[in-house]
Design a protein around this ligand. Sequence first.
Ligand SMILES: Nc1nc2c(ncn2[C@@H]2O[C@H](COP(=O)(O)OP(=O)(O)OP(=O)(O)O)[C@@H](O)[C@H]2O)c(=O)[nH]1
Ligand SMILES: [Mg+2]
Length: 415
Amino acid sequence: MVINIYEGYTLEEAIQKAKEELGENIKVLHYEITEQKTWIPFKKRKKYKVFIEQTEEETEKFDTQLEEIYSHLEEEPQIQEEEINTYSFTNLTPKNQTPQQPNTPEIDYQKLLEKIETIIDKKLQNITPPPLNPNQNGICNEEINEILKEFTGEAIDLIKYLIEREVDPQVAKEIVKVSCGLDLDSNKMDLTTPTFKEAVLKGIREKITFTGNFDKTENQLKVITFVGPTGVGKTTNLFKIASELIINKDLKVGVISTDTFKVGAVQQARAYSSILNIPFYTITDSKNLKKTLLELSNMDIILIDTVGRSHYDYWRLGEIKEILSGGTDWMEVVLVLSCNYKYKEALEIVNRYKSFFYVSSLLFTKVDETKTPGILLNLPYKTKLPLSYLSTGQRVPEDIKILNPENLTEYILGE
Ligand SMILES: Nc1nc2c(ncn2[C@@H]2O[C@H](COP(=O)(O)OP(=O)(O)OP(=O)(O)O)[C@@H](O)[C@H]2O)c(=O)[nH]1
Ligand SMILES: [Mg+2]
């Protein structure tokens, strides 16, 4: 409904003004009388204000005219601006001004602007994909939108899905890109694989490396040390792997623990060792480590458990490094991390641990405690470190898997 206001010094004068502008089909909704001061003291003059509604016929005409404009705008986007200008300056008559032609309907500019804005928004949406909510890693929408501009179709859906699983947008882009080709219509990249799964698998095969099963080294004692922050699952997963090496590969395994710090840690490790019936030693310095390794030289693999330390605690990390200096030159160091960590935090941990140890692979734990395991892709991609095992729960020895491109794809996609 369009309501116009006209003023006059009599009611008839105000209504006449309305009729001149809107024609005979008008409806007086309401009128008000106000008093105006005159030059004679205490003498006031009455002024009438009438509120007029355009009748349906006029409003319909106006709406049809608008629809016509909008359909033009939709059909021919390239002439949008000209169309708007033409209608603004010729066909449309601003309120409270003399119309150029009698009976030209009043235009509600507010309504017109709103409709034009909606059309423009729609067009923009086709060009720029809809923004996403910032994810918990604090990645801003602008960054995501910038990345999505390079892609079209299913590639966009896949990137968005990976971001929702907390894969870093840059990593998601690089992984998806591997399976993309140029879409000639849009001149953007789209998936060439029939499924998301195949696309991610292809990307992972190309961008991520894997250690494969831990195994013995011919003619050499293999030594693998587990390091990482507190409580991530170093000890339990060391014994899961020990059990796999003994049961599935029939290897001779020994365990050494440097964790004499945590109450009950030695008893826990000793209990696991006696269940597996393997030698177990505790040591507190590098000399002792050297000696113990000599004693265990008839083994195939030695697994060394260390005490959990904060990556900010340089002093304590230095202590572990000092003890491990009694080990072999070819000793492998597995950095154990929980999938619960936020990406940026985990990256900081890896970088700080790398400044102390030659980290040879990443072992992730607690994947069962998260629905957004993007870190499984982010860290190996960014650090170029290979992935080894994935701990999937608390049960020893069942809940562990050797990571490969296929099962990593399934975890990332949540299958
Ligand atoms: N849900 C779940 N819990 C796990 C997983 N791996 C280990 N845990 C649990 O995490 C807790 C800590 O495990 P530990 O092996 O003692 O961890 P740690 O890194 O040796 O701890 P510190 O030696 O104190 O640094 C235990 O309750 C484990 O059962 C996993 O994959 N999922
Ligand atoms: Mg431990």
